[in-house]
Write a protein that binds this ligand. Structure first.
Ligand SMILES: C[S@@+](CC[C@H](N)C(=O)[O-])C[C@H]1O[C@@H](n2cnc3c(N)ncnc32)[C@H](O)[C@@H]1O
Length: 245
């Protein structure tokens, strides 16, 4: 089985995964929020809320949201954790442009700042943030360990990493149902709505090869994190991962 760095949206061997992922998200940005809500029946909102709740009892005055996209996780954190500052970073300028609009509409510009950048080369000093987090972002990194190591570097000692990512459900009949939904139905609806035939097949393919549960906590530990744990959501369709620097 290929590793996640080899699974790319457009399968163009002459273009890096990073470039392909960037142009894919630039292209689907206008449809991204709608498709998230529609394809998950709104459950993606609940998953983000549950993930942010895990940060209530750790220090969270300064937060970095890596691969922030249209800023849904950053907005949820601002509203429910009331931190001093959230920096959101993403490689897709179009996703950020729509995120900025949402932050303005919610009067959160004094709390959340969005920046263009690459998760594998974060433009922040070491030991800066209380929390580094990412929702549905790390699966898209070209080099997963490099991205996780960068999150480790910019967190203060004792700080927390929180990752929310798709995982593969293991139990009958969820495993079978989601296999069919993710592989066939979701790419079909995604293709019609986002006008990108590849984007939602990539979603299925990238989830299949991505490390989940213990395999992902092993990656967190490889990047330096301690006290790692995971919390499966909705039968393991999604999982929250936590670790400490
Ligand atoms: C599925 S979206 C998730 C967006 C958001 N976190 C959410 O919860 O909806 C994945 C995001 O990862 C971003 N991304 C992928 N690779 C990246 C990288 N190397 N550096 C920064 N952002 C990246 C994409 O541009 C995209 O906005």
């Amino acid at each position: 089985m290929p590793d996640s760095s080899q699974v790319t949206p457009y399968k163009d061997v002459n273009t890096s995964k990073k470039k392909q992922v960037t142009s894919m998200f630039d292209g689907i940005a206008p449809y991204y929020d709608f498709l998230n809500r529609f394809l998950s029946l709104g459950i993606d909102v609940i998953w983000r809320k549950k993930a942010i709740k895990q940060l209530q009892n750790v220090r969270h005055e300064t937060i970095l949201d890596v691969a922030t996209g249209t800023a849904d996780l950053a907005i949820e954190a601002a509203l429910s954790l009331k931190p001093l500052k959230i920096n959101g970073l993403d490689i897709s300028k179009e996703m950020l442009r729509l995120g900025d609009k949402k932050i303005e509409a919610k009067n959160l510009t004094s709390v959340i700042t969005l920046e263009h950048g690459d998760s594998e080369n974060l433009p922040y000093q070491s030991d800066t943030f209380d929390v580094a987090m990412s929702a549905y972002g790390v699966r898209n990194f070209e080099n997963l360990i490099a991205g996780l190591k960068e999150m480790y570097r910019v967190i203060q000692p004792g700080g927390t990493i929180m990752v929310l990512e798709f995982s593969k459900p293991k139990v009958f009949p969820l495993k079978q149902f989601f296999g069919i939904y993710f592989k066939y139905l979701l790419p079909l609806i995604g293709r019609i709505k986002s006008r990108d035939p590849k984007a939602y097949s990539y979603l299925y393919e990238s989830v299949q090869v991505f490390p989940d549960y213990h395999q992902f906590t092993a990656k967190l530990e490889e990047a330096g994190f301690k006290q790692t744990k995971f919390i499966p959501l909705t039968g393991g369709i999604c999982t929250i991962y936590l670790g400490t620097k």
